[in-house]
Ligand binder design. Structure first.
Ligand SMILES: *Cc1c(COP(=O)(O)O)cnc(C)c1O
Length: 404
């Protein structure tokens, strides 16, 4: 993804041509970037060869899941829908883990029938539910227990999951009780200790603290966990300012941890695998002079990309064609939806824009399309994958007829 002679290209294809051919807004993904991310992830952790279970909630496009499966990834799912889609994408059950605080009997039953690698349980009641199903089937089910390590991930409060006030995981005291309970169960096989402390983590310290907590608690259990599932949460650089999570440092800490505990490592990355592989191409409908700023009204909106409205997150916006000018007005990029939170970014000194110009919203591969909706009865965008300079429609633009 780069500029060539002022025009933005996605792996050899000009954004403007894609917009002409497929209309806008477009979610467009780069296969090259996806492969690079996965290769780099594997390289950083090559010492212990973790099982990498892609967090399907970050992006559940079936073609992308198939590509990830071919590149060796498994899946981390949080609902029966995601589990079915992961299986449909050809991901083998022994590479699938199932997380989430509210799995229903129906969902648990399905997961057990499919013999997935692990159900990561998040409460005593859920463990009892699984035991009940296993007993009725006269089988032993492999489970993990998700610990709430009470570790501050130093990320946005909305995407923090490992503090004691969060609904996720099980407190240390309860964890120790449950380990003892499951050890004795005829129908449960305790295979894994799992954690996931939050998302968009850019500092290695919370992970190091988390590993210390795990170290302590594993010693207290006197139990050997075949797997330790460290979750995901690795942050990406949305602002392009070279602030990156030091994965090599994280890797060294895990190395030391493994030397003590000799467990296989599972990761559940979402954002760090898929986040920077996608852009949202959008066309300017109108430009409107406000009191203090100019509103750039796009044909993409919060229904397509809700992260700015939901988490106040900032996605870089760049022009599809550079023109070497600078606007004196402040631009606010907004969508057409009838909500004041339907805005993407406020920028000073952007290049001068005109109605019908194309812009690119960057790094939308994770929690972009998967969090999209039909609010204001807007059909969902088309999704394209560029692989070896060829376009593949990996999800058709939703039809108005389907909505009405
Ligand atoms: C959301 C989630 C992930 C993925 O988080 P990223 O920040 O996208 O890496 C992993 N594990 C669990 C349990 C999750 O809920």
């Amino acid at each position: 993804m780069k500029y060539k002679l002022k025009n933005f290209f996605i792996d050899g294809l000009k954004a403007q041509n894609l917009a002409k051919r497929y209309n806008t807004p477009i979610y467009c993904y780069s296969f090259k970037k996806l492969k690079e991310n996965i290769d780099e992830f594997k390289r950083n952790f090559s010492y212990f060869k973790p099982l990498i279970c892609f967090s399907v909630k970050a992006n559940s496009n079936k073609i992308l899941l198939k590509e990830m499966r071919r590149l060796g990834l498994g899946a981390d799912v949080v609902s029966i829908g995601e589990l079915m889609k992961a299986l449909k994408s050809g991901i083998r059950p022994n590479k699938i883990v199932f997380s989430g605080v509210g799995k229903t009997m129906h969902e648990l039953n399905y997961a057990i029938t499919k013999k997935i690698l692990l159900i990561n349980t998040e409460s005593k009641s859920e463990i009892f539910s699984i035991e009940k199903i296993a007993k009725s089937k006269k089988i032993k089910v492999d489970i993990g227990i998700r610990l709430n390590p009470n570790t501050d991930a130093n990320t946005l409060s909305q995407i923090s999951t490992g503090k004691k006030e969060n609904k996720f995981g099980i407190s240390e005291k309860m964890f120790l009780n449950l380990v003892n309970y499951v050890k004795k169960s005829k129908y449960l096989n305790l295979k894994c200790l799992s954690v996931h402390i939050g998302s968009q983590i850019l500092n290695v310290k919370p992970y190091e603290k988390m590993l210390k907590v795990l170290d302590k608690i594993i010693k207290k259990t006197h139990y050997h966990f075949e797997y330790v599932d460290l979750g995901g949460g690795m942050g990406i650089n949305y602002e392009n300012n070279n602030k990156n999570l030091d994965l090599r440092k994280y890797s060294s800490s895990i190395k030391r941890f493994i030397k003590k505990h000799n467990s296989k490592i599972i990761f559940e990355p979402g954002r760090s695998i898929i986040g920077n592989t996608g852009v949202l191409i959008s066309r300017i409908i109108y430009i409107k002079d406000g009191y203090k700023k100019n509103f750039i009204i796009l044909d993409a909106a919060m229904n397509d990309l809700i992260r700015p409205a939901l988490y106040n997150s900032k996605h870089r916006i760049i022009p599809a064609k550079k023109n070497n000018t600078k606007s004196k007005k402040t631009y606010e990029f907004v969508g057409p939806i009838c909500e004041s939170t339907d805005k993407f970014l406020t920028v000073k000194k952007f290049q001068k824009l005109n109605e019908k110009d194309l812009i690119i919203i960057c790094d939308v591969g994770a929690y972009g399309m998967s969090l999209s909706s039909n609010y204001n009865l807007r059909p969902k965008a088309i999704e394209l994958l560029i692989k070896n300079s060829k376009v593949q429609i990996i999800n058709k633009r939703q039809n108005l007829k389907d909505l009405i």
